[in-house]
Design a protein around this ligand. Structure first.
Ligand code: HEC
Length: 166
């Protein structure tokens, strides 16, 4: 127990523990903190937490190891459909709805919360998104992942930092 010896003051111990803690945080949230993100990338990695399930590489291998999402690299969706899915989620799956008023009326798939019942998607664990944010993150997914083919072998993790957003 070298750190608890009487030669290291309480405040120095606290400092070391703090530094180690920050290092841990830095490592686990590296893609989002390595650089300032803006636009759709910021929604994907920070505000929406999409990478937790869809992964830094958009391949559906979540950055949160307990989660997975759709593989955007194989997605054939157009922007309009993507915006709808991000707004409404996918009933009966883990894909949350990100538009605050979804299921308060029948704007999503013609279903109210009562119609959807237990299939009603979950609310985001991060935050609801404004329409312009939903549009920006759909553009980011289309530009960055869709049609890019499989992640190069060996490059799955650690993930590449996202390109600087415009
Ligand atoms: C808790 C996990 C989770 C989070 C967080 C999450 N998703 Fe998903 N997402 C999923 C799952 C699971 C599916 C696949 C649903 C299905 O089986 O059809 C999916 C499907 C999608 C699809 C449809 C893709 C296709 O080709 O069918 C889009 C688009 C999408 N997600 C966008 C997003 C965006 C954008 C965010 C962040 C704002 C996000 N997701 C956050 C789990 C998640």
């Amino acid at each position: 127990m070298p750190l608890s010896g009487r030669h290291i003051s309480k405040s120095a111990q606290a400092g070391i523990i703090f530094a180690v803690g920050m290092l841990g945080l830095g490592l686990t949230s590296w893609p989002a903190t390595a650089q300032q993100l803006s636009g759709g990338a910021r929604i994907y990695f920070e505000k929406g937490g999409c990478n937790q399930c869809h992964g830094t590489n958009g391949d559906g291998v979540g950055d949160d190891a307990r989660e997975h999402g759709a593989n955007f690299r194989e997605s054939a969706l157009d922007k309009e459909t993507m915006v709808m899915i991000i707004s409404c989620g996918v009933p009966g799956t883990n894909m949350p709805y990100f538009e605050k008023f979804s299921y308060t009326d029948d704007r999503c798939y013609g279903m109210t919360a009562a119609d959807a019942g237990t299939d009603k998607p979950q609310a985001p664990i991060t935050t609801f998104l404004a329409k312009r944010d939903i549009s920006a993150v759909a553009d980011y997914i289309l530009e960055t992942f869709v049609g890019q083919g499989p992640v190069a072998p060996g490059a799955e993790k650690p993930a590449q930092p996202p390109p600087a957003a415009h």
